[in-house]
Design a protein around this ligand. Sequence first.
Ligand code: KG4
Ligand code: ZN
Length: 323
Amino acid sequence: MLLAIETSCDDTAVALYDGQQVVTEILYRQEIHAAYGGVIPEWASREHEVRLPLAVHQALVQAHLSWKDLHAIAAAQGPGLIGSLQIGFTFARALAAAHRLPFLGIHHLQAHVASLELDDKPVVYPLLVLVATGGHTHLFRVVHPLEMELLGQTQDDAVGEAFDKIAAFLGLPYPGGPEIEKLAQQGHPSAVSFPIPRTSGAWDFSFSGLKTAFLHTRQRRADLPIEDLCASWQHTVFTYLVQKLIQAAQAHRISRIGLVGGVAANQYLRRLLSHAAAEAGLDLYLAPLRYCMDNAAMIAVAAWHRYLTGRYTPLTAVPFARG
Ligand code: KG4
Ligand code: ZN
């Protein structure tokens, strides 16, 4: 039985996992940032500080477990907001020391990739996985949950970040992804055409040009319904992501692809990728909807793999913001 903690950004999450299933989950999504167009780091840390001890207590009570039932404690180590990470990581490390349990510091992106294993469909490795979040757009060749090779990444904004920035520009609450998706559902995806970005690295991405193109179009064409603009922009962004992912799989001769991270919650993207994968004859793995956004269950799954190797994290380890 493993206790997992996730506090890399603005979600305070705790999970208990027995190696096969999630026994209990406590998730608190901080709402104080909604009106500010993005996460305010200082506030996020303070919220974690207040919520986390309660969430851990609540998880144990809900599962009818006590400290002696646990075999290890895991926490996100990075990348993320350093203040937020420090709260969860230090708390977990202290708990591990106090209860003399193995401690596991988990890479946040590795955990997102591990979220694929929370689906009923058993994951077969190797596969090519796109991690699309508010902080990352990374393409990995995943050989094993603990072994992944970075093939490409965004050269500027992350895809979720581009959604968040255009939402803030439109005066919509944070996180912007679901807000833009809602508007896009009412619009025509072919109303406006946007240029597909180019990058020097074959498997890299760029979203800042697309973000600027959205803002310019909004300013120049006040007559254009916002729903059409959002639908067309979203269509371009996702067509670009899907094409690259499929091409990368073909170039690397890998027949399995995966999509994880907050942006993977977007229904239009899930549909587009499902069609494209079927057409290309690729086997598709999608993170379950409830495990796309940050959560502790994904930390637990990655931690479980590490626990089995016996490679624990020393109690002198510290969290990292990047890397
Ligand atoms: O994985 P996540 O919870 O946190 C990070 O690790 O960053 O991802 C959050 C990101 C935000 O940028 C949010 O706007 C985006 O995921 N997102 C979406 C949708 N739901 C969340 N983007 C597009 N469509 C959505 N439905
Ligand atoms: Zn994340």
